[in-house]
Design a protein around this ligand. Sequence first.
Ligand code: ZN
Length: 177
Amino acid sequence: MSLLSIQLYGSPILNSKTAKVETLPPDFSTILDDMFETMYADDGIGLSANQVGIPLSFFVADFSLHDETGRKMVFINPEILEYQGEVAAEEGCLSVPEIREEVIRAEKVKVRYQDVELNVHTEEFSGYYARVVQHETDHLSGIYFVDRISRLKRSFIASKLKRLAGDAKKRLTIQVG
Ligand SMILES: [Zn+2]
């Protein structure tokens, strides 16, 4: 297993919508192992494919880190069908380090997704689980949690975000060059 490098705020792959998974990429199980490993190393509970440079619609999450009834899960082509209720809680993101902000999200969501055998499931998640699913599904559409906070709050962190976007650009140059 190897650790993957996490794309930072401002990286083009994080600003765009990911492509639907039609067939599983080669070495998919290795990719998943590496994603879980990378996520654990950075104390995350969810990680989307585009956060590690893969422009496809899937994410991993390990809810057992939150409570013992939680499962380690892979969501392929997730789509939120229904939103219910509203709840505010603080969020952070591996791609937006050092920033934590309160985000209002649905308390409960109904999600359609495919598992690692591409079987389709429709399942409801609530509370913390629902928040992770919404945060990661947003990533796959090119949306950051900081896009969902008030304009005023965003103005307070504008310079930090700008710095991160600058770092992302520098990293991109290094990768290309
Ligand atoms: Zn995130």
